[in-house]
Design a protein around this ligand. Structure first.
Ligand SMILES: [Zn+2]
Length: 421
């Protein structure tokens, strides 16, 4: 299998503290000491990034074969000099809704001029999705996938939830499975209009025939646990049914107001509680004490002009925090993880180091993956090369397309000239 050696890396984010060069990365509280050649090495959370300067990375087939100092690099079939750019693990977007049709730009514009966001807006997209052909949905998914890849996302989770019939949900998870291994069954996104008078009947459908049709194509089960969507009893019923069908729970929790979602997520061993915008002390403690990752989705607060989650409170309590896009046509129509990093730093007071960790290793934790989100020998060769000398530029230069190249499983779909010889 061909090997490619990447050299000329001004700053390498490995997310493996053991890989940090002596003196370039501090302890967990960021109180670094000694020589400080890496601009981002003194920040809170920088110790977790495992930063190296003057590094080289050997890509061996789909995997990383070796990481170390450029001067000690092994021979390779190809060499690529990155010319002093920063390299980090590919972004892991652990929360996205990509299977849909239609456009809600008018709703967005109305909201920006004063109308509040309500969960029922999902029904607009449900109608458009049901009416769309498979080809149309597939083309939309593919467009968003390519857009995300160009912004550095090498793993993306994808939910159903705009079909809400047995056939349309099964179609959605099948289409999602063409895109990613991280497919989530979200039949419990909202109660569709035809069940408005019988929400319990819809929950039974979600737990019964619809689950049976979707489970073979999915890894995860999710519920929009929110006032106006699904309450605590329905959420427990659906997650337990999903678990019995072999799926692992994750949850939309505490987005629009306080609620039971985070506690249920922790109680049922969910991989992640997503949004976490309205938390009380017991919610924060539940996240810190459980294995449930707190996934923050600042694109949703940005696009609905809502208060952001309190990331500092979660980090200070010791919770594992992930960042994801929540890409969907209603409340966060972005595939850009760099935007989420910039929002997390500017609006949620995460350090740039914390935000980058959460957008890579944090997302991997939310998907319970150990082969992605970190750069070390044996990991999947998913890397982002920035047109910048440091990961700091992701927040420092908001809105700028800084991604120079992307490798996914060792190949570079973004810059076709790679690997150069
Ligand atoms: Zn969502």
């Amino acid at each position: 299998m061909a090997t490619t050696l990447l050299t000329g890396i001004a700053e390498l984010v490995t997310n493996d503290p053991a890989m940090a060069e002596a003196g370039t990365a501090g302890p967990e509280d960021g109180a670094a000491s000694g020589s400080d050649r890496s601009a981002g090495s003194n920040l809170p959370g920088a110790g977790r990034l495992g930063l190296r300067t003057d590094a080289a990375v050997l890509i061996d087939g789909e995997r990383i074969g070796w990481i170390g100092s450029a001067g000690a690099a092994p021979a390779a079939d190809h060499r690529v000099d990155l010319g002093g750019r920063a390299v980090l693990p590919g972004f892991v977007d652990s929360h996205a809704h990509l299977v849909f049709a239609g456009d809600r730009a008018a709703e967005f514009a109305a909201r920006m001029t004063g109308q509040p966001y309500a969960a029922g807006g999902i029904r607009t997209t449900v109608a458009a999705t049901r009416a769309a052909t498979d080809e149309r949905l597939r083309a939309n998914v593919d467009r968003l996938r390519r857009e995300a890849l160009a912004a550095g996302t090498t793993t993306i989770e994808c939910k159903s939830g705009y079909g809400l019939t047995v056939a349309d949900e099964a179609r959605s998870v099948r289409l999602a499975a063409e895109l990613t291994d991280e497919v989530t069954y979200l039949g419990a996104h909202v109660v569709p209009a035809e069940y408005a008078d019988d929400p319990a009947g819809y929950v039974d459908l979600v737990c019964g025939e619809m689950l049976a049709a979707c489970a073979p194509h999915a890894r995860w089960v999710d519920v929009f646990c929110e006032r106006g969507a699904f309450d605590a009893d329905a959420t427990r019923q659906i997650l337990r049914a999903g678990t019995a069908a072999g799926l692992v729970p994750r949850l939309h929790a505490n987005q629009l107001g306080p609620g039971p979602g985070v506690q249920i997520a922790a109680e049922l061993g969910a991989a992640s509680a997503d949004h976490c915008t309205h938390l009380d002390d017991a919610d924060v403690a539940a996240l810190a004490d459980s294995g449930t990752v707190a996934t923050l989705l600042p694109g949703a607060e940005f696009s609905t002009r809502s208060p952001y989650p309190d990331a500092r409170r979660l980090l200070n309590a010791g919770a594992t925090v992930a960042l994801a896009t929540d890409c969907n046509p209603g409340s966060s129509f972005t595939t850009s993880m760099p935007l989420c990093v910039a929002l997390a730093v500017r609006e949620m007071r995460m350090s740039p180091a914390e935000a980058v960790w959460s957008a890579t290793a944090g997302g991997a934790a939310a998907l319970r993956r150990t082969d992605i989100g970190t750069l070390r020998a044996g990991a999947r060769a998913d890397l982002v090369v920035l047109d910048a000398p440091s990961y700091l530029h992701l927040a420092y230069r908001p809105g700028v397309p800084l991604v120079h190249a992307v490798f996914r499983a060792g190949t570079s779909p973004i810059v076709p000239s790679f690997p150069a010889s």
